[in-house]
Write a protein that binds this ligand. Structure first.
Ligand code: ZN
Length: 159
């Protein structure tokens, strides 16, 4: 299994970090003295920012530009974009988006440390399989209204 079995809460903690620009992207590391290559570990075609890695990188564009997301390219910053998605996507699509973003980060690390990367169909398949398992395992928790769920998720995502 490509994705680890993690509770959604842990996933959300990671997104709290993402929202605060604390994930060690190459650009973020420059403020800590990193002076190496700034280009994206996955495509090498652009500077590795959160916006690039999770939205504008070729694999992210491939997946998020296709149904069910069909997201157009966007000039928004990472945080604005995530907020915008939270208010415009349905709860289940937003959940899927978070799972996919997590898989983009994992894919980037596999590429960086092991020089292995997934194709976009494989990334989607493994992410969605993980998501379905998560839903099956957490059925009793889905009683809360979707608005409440989304609000609490957004709260967590923004730390
Ligand atoms: Zn890239």
């Amino acid at each position: 299994m490509f994705l680890p079995r993690l509770p959604m809460g842990i996933l959300m903690l990671h997104f709290g970090k993402l929202s605060h620009n604390l994930l060690p992207t190459r650009t973020a590391l420059t403020s800590k003295g990193y002076s190496g290559d700034l280009n994206c570990c996955v495509c090498s075609e652009s500077v590795e920012t959160l916006e690039h890695l999770f939205r504008d990188c070729s694999i992210a564009k491939d997946i998020l530009g296709a149904p069910p997301f069909s997201l157009p390219s966007s000039p928004l910053t990472w945080k604005e974009w995530l907020l915008d998605r939270a208010s415009n996507l349905s709860t289940s699509l937003f959940d899927k988006l978070l799972v996919l973003l997590w898989s983009f980060w994992k894919n980037r690390n596999e590429k960086l440390w092991k020089n292995q990367s997934q194709t976009s169909p494989r990334l989607v398949a493994s992410s969605m399989a993980w998501y379905e398992e998560y839903l099956q395992a957490n059925k009793p928790c889905t009683i809360a209204t979707s608005v409440q769920q989304k609000a609490s998720k957004l709260w967590l995502a923004l730390g």
